[in-house]
Design a binder for this molecule. Structure first.
Ligand code: IPD
Ligand code: CA
Ligand code: CA
Length: 265
């Protein structure tokens, strides 16, 4: 058995270190250095790549035999069931435009069950972290998902699709419903931060489709450890690899059924 408390400490240390690298680079980032990955609007920079390299070298040594799935191409097999799921820079578009927030997201699963989640939001220097069996924290404070259970007192977050446009109409109907019944809908530009904010009760709920496991692994676990609920749009548990996520505090059942109805479930 590994000592998750010590692993979590090391993960936070490397997040501070790599976060500082990202923060310094953000001060002088030159947009001509944006690169395009496969697909429309899929931005990346040397900062994403360099950060992943730094994280991978620490994480692979932290749990020998663990595998790594990283957004910037790292894919190593696990020999002991542990898998790191990492996004070295979540919110690249914000980063390249000099806007907050952007974050490092590190999840750890054991045989596909989440056991650790760390989201470090670089611009506010907020470290959201949790391990199995313990509460979720923002820096040293325990955080809890929102107890609010009425839509008209809730603030939501989402991401706007920037490809896969055929689903756009159904998605816009969901957003229209939330806009008419809630305090509003925000689009921060970093799914990991959105989820961390749901864990902290700042947002009542967050939903998005077409996200990858590295966008949600850490943040979804934070929400669960903070007493919230995370499902796919149908209310099922396939949110890590299923490319649909609905994460919320007490408003979750109402939020999920509204989404499911518009999405055709
Ligand atoms: C993106 C952000 C964004 C979400 C996108 C993601 P990236 O991640 O999380 O909020 O809407 O779908 O791809 O590319 O900045 O790591
Ligand atoms: Ca991402
Ligand atoms: Ca990324």
């Amino acid at each position: 058995m590994i000592d998750l408390v010590s692993v979590e400490q090391h993960v936070m240390e490397v997040c501070h270190e790599v976060g500082e690298f990202i923060r310094v680079e953000s001060l002088n980032f030159d947009r001509s250095r944006i690169l395009l990955k496969e697909g429309f609007n899929n931005l990346v920079s040397y900062v994403d790549k360099e950060s992943e390299k730094k994280l991978v070298s620490t994480l692979s040594e932290l749990i020998p035999g663990s595998g790594i799935l990283g957004e910037e191409g790292t894919s190593t097999k696990s020999t002991n069931g542990y898998l790191w799921i990492i996004d070295p820079l979540d919110g690249t578009t914000n980063f390249t435009h000099g806007l907050p927030p952007f974050a490092i997201s590190i999840g750890l699963t054991l045989h596909d069950k989440s056991v650790l989640g760390v989201v470090y939001e670089v611009t506010k220097k907020e470290m959201f972290h949790a391990i199995e069996g313990r509460p979720a924290y923002c820096n040293d404070q325990v955080i809890k998902a929102s107890p609010i259970d009425s839509l008209n007192e809730s603030l939501f977050a989402t991401g706007f699709p920037y490809y896969d446009f055929p689903k756009m109409e159904a998605y816009l109907s969901i957003i229209r419903k939330f806009l008419k019944q809630s305090h509003g809908v925000r689009r921060l530009g970093s799914a990991a931060t959105d989820l961390a904010y749901v864990a902290a009760g700042r947002f009542e709920g967050f939903f998005e489709y077409n996200l990858n496991p590295w966008d949600v692994a850490a943040g979804a676990f934070l929400v669960q450890q903070a007493g919230g609920m995370v499902t796919d749009f149908s209310g099922g548990s396939n949110f890590l690899y299923g490319r649909e996520i609905c994460a919320a505090g007490k408003i979750h059942p109402e939020m999920q059924s509204l989404i499911a109805a518009e999405w055709g479930y």
